[in-house]
Design a protein around this ligand. Structure first.
Ligand SMILES: Nc1nc2c(ncn2[C@@H]2O[C@H](COP(=O)(O)OP(=O)(O)O)[C@@H](O)[C@H]2O)c(=O)[nH]1
Ligand SMILES: [Mg+2]
Ligand SMILES: [Zn+2]
Length: 297
């Protein structure tokens, strides 16, 4: 399995735990598949003493996340601070929509709960009500390797979320090692050689983790999400929708809509519903630009 890739040279972990350096066979490159961290690969000896192995083949992926580029994720932990930085729930819901549609299992993690316990309680309530697995982390009780084992007993777990929420702090805590650089990084340093921009998988007792570079915004339109797929990021809406009168109910103003009924009764969170509706309508109104969008990407 590929655990790291920098400048065309890949580190591959063999089943016995050994790490070997690999280049990539020309034929694979031509096929257009770019190897990613998490890819299971076949290798053979290259005859080059500097990079002694070559990747001959990439085995089929069960999923693939383009940004950050990671294949075969068993669970993605969407990580947001309750404060500092203020959580962008629109971004959170967009990430949920994308990962659900890629068949990646999701857990949610709220960090820095020590800084605002009330907010932590509120956010945990909203997303638990929606049906997600929600975890909390705080300064004196950081998300740990035993929490990790509950999230995924094996395989690849990716921590993703905005920068500054504490992803590296948590990965260091899990690895019991200060492998990752933490804290506020200046703009100058961000462009310097000290900040890792590549993705790397690290061994844990149960599998592998990756601490992905942070991001701040995301457009579902740009990544090609279909308006019909927005609802998959909202399991609570999906659940109620089975009792809507019309099969093609959009849960906006239709009569006999069970989603609107459950919303009125407080069984569905208003904020979550509003974000569903905003994304749905935005993508629906732009559905005719879809072909143009694909062509221009
Ligand atoms: N109060 C508090 N601060 C935290 C917590 N976790 C991380 N931090 C701080 O938040 C800052 C950013 O953390 P870092 O791990 O670099 O975030 P990343 O950008 O997501 O990797 C650092 O100064 C950490 O010490 C927490 O649970 N509570
Ligand atoms: Mg970090
Ligand atoms: Zn409905």
């Amino acid at each position: 399995m590929i655990t790291k890739g920098v400048g065309g040279t890949y580190t591959v972990r063999r089943d016995n735990g050994d790490r070997i350096l690999c280049q990539i066979r020309g034929g694979i490159r031509k096929s257009g598949v770019v190897p990613a961290v998490g890819d299971n690969v076949k290798v053979s000896e290259s005859g080059d003493p500097d990079i002694p192995y070559v990747i001959d083949d990439i085995l089929p992926r069960k999923n693939y996340l383009i940004r950050p580029s990671v294949a075969n994720i068993d669970c993605i932990v969407l990580t947001f601070a309750v404060v500092d930085p203020v959580p962008d729930l629109t971004l959170m819901d967009k990430m949920i929509i994308i990962c659900t549609n890629l068949n990646i299992r999701i857990s949610l993690l709220f960090t820095k709960c020590d800084l605002d316990p009330d907010k932590a309680e509120e956010l945990t309530g909203i997303y638990s009500l929606a049906g997600f697995d929600v975890y909390r982390s705080s300064k004196d009780d950081l998300f740990s390797s035993s929490d990790l084992a509950r999230i995924a007993p094996s395989g690849i777990v990716a921590f993703a979320g905005p920068s500054g929420v504490g992803k590296s702090t948590i990965c260091n805590n899990i690895l019991e090692n200060d492998i990752m650089q933490t804290g506020v990084v200046s703009d100058r340093l961000k462009r310097g050689k000290h900040t890792t921009r590549h993705v790397e998988l690290f061994d844990t007792p149960t599998g592998f983790i990756t601490d992905t570079p942070g991001f701040t915004s995301l457009s579902l339109f740009d990544v090609g999400t279909d308006y019909k797929d927005v609802v998959y990021g909202y399991p609570e809406i999906l659940k109620s929708s089975s009792l809507c009168r019309f099969d093609d109910c959009r849960h906006i103003s239709e009569t006999g809509c069970k989603v609107l009924e459950d919303l009125a009764q407080g069984l569905i969170d208003r904020g979550r519903y509003d974000r569903y509706r905003e994304e749905y309508e935005y993508l629906y109104n732009n559905r005719n630009n879809y072909k143009r969008r694909i062509r221009s990407v």
